[in-house]
Design a protein around this ligand. Structure first.
Ligand SMILES: NC(=O)c1ccc[n+]([C@@H]2O[C@H](COP(=O)([O-])OP(=O)(O)OC[C@H]3O[C@@H](n4cnc5c(N)ncnc54)[C@H](O)[C@@H]3O)[C@@H](O)[C@H]2O)c1
Length: 221
């Protein structure tokens, strides 16, 4: 039986496939910039260290099929991946907590290439409220509900101190936001219709340190 789920006409992919698709996209985008027309799953496999048959399977979930002996048409592969991953649609978001990390995310031009458009920031620090970061206004958290109605935003990017994470998430949910991209280390509790995506750059750092130690140990042997 296929791992793929089909709910209401929208194909739901297995999570590992969803995690791999942006890697394929990054690679084929590079080929597209070099005006390369076709790429095989074997070539992609060599570059990103995923089995060629797995790549073909992942892409077949999206109904993308390569041509025998030629492979995939690079330009249309880029287009279909961008479309599928939702990077082409604009998703308006609120930044909750405009401190060190929040401000950095508000300044990051790369996010918009992935469809995320931060339209306002919210903070409780009176020194930040009323300012703007890269042209994005910072409001008091009390104004979140009013702004949600004005901008019709569904995503909150959460970068408040850990001890305020749940309370800030509650405010976002009560104001009608439907998804929280959570950068705090706190595991947010939320109703089942709310999407919570936890992200940590630190988790990958620990993995890197671990691998460095592992390599040191292997080289000593
Ligand atoms: N996931 C990651 O990779 C990653 C990386 C860096 C930081 N973090 C986390 O992000 C969070 C913020 O870190 P930082 O370094 O930017 O801290 P910071 O202190 O510089 O910024 C936090 C901001 O949140 C504001 N704030 C506090 N309570 C609030 C509330 N209830 N509503 C709205 N704003 C509120 C503060 O006034 C401050 O401006 C922390 O939880 C930290 O652990 C995660």
């Amino acid at each position: 039986m296929s791992e793929e789920r089909n709910t209401g006409g929208r194909v739901m992919l297995p999570e590992p496939t969803l995690r791999r698709l942006p890697w394929y996209l990054a690679y084929v985008k590079m080929l597209d910039n070099q005006h390369i027309e076709y790429v095989s799953s074997t070539q992609i496999a060599k570059e990103i260290n995923v089995d060629a048959s797995q790549i073909a399977k992942d892409l077949s979930f999206l109904n993308i099929k390569g041509k025998t002996r030629i492979g995939y048409e690079v330009h249309s592969l880029v287009r279909e991946l961008v479309d599928f991953l939702g990077f082409k649609r604009k998703h308006n978001a609120f930044m909750i907590g405009a401190g060190s990390l929040g401000a950095a995310l508000m300044q990051d031009v790369g996010l918009s290439q992935y469809g995320l458009n931060i339209v306002a920031g919210f903070d409780i620090n009176p020194e930040l409220v009323g300012t703007s970061i890269c042209g994005i206004p910072v409001y008091s958290l009390d104004e979140l509900h009013r702004c949600q109605q004005q901008f019709n935003v569904s995503i909150a990017v959460l970068a408040v101190p850990v001890e305020h994470a749940q309370e800030a998430a509650n405010t976002a949910i009560e104001s009608g936001l439907k998804a929280i991209w959570n950068f705090t280390p706190y595991r947010i509790k939320a109703p089942s219709d709310i999407v919570i995506q936890n992200t940590s750059i630190y988790a990958h750092l620990a993995l890197m340190y671990y691998r460095m130690e592992e390599k040191k140990y292997m080289n000593k042997k």
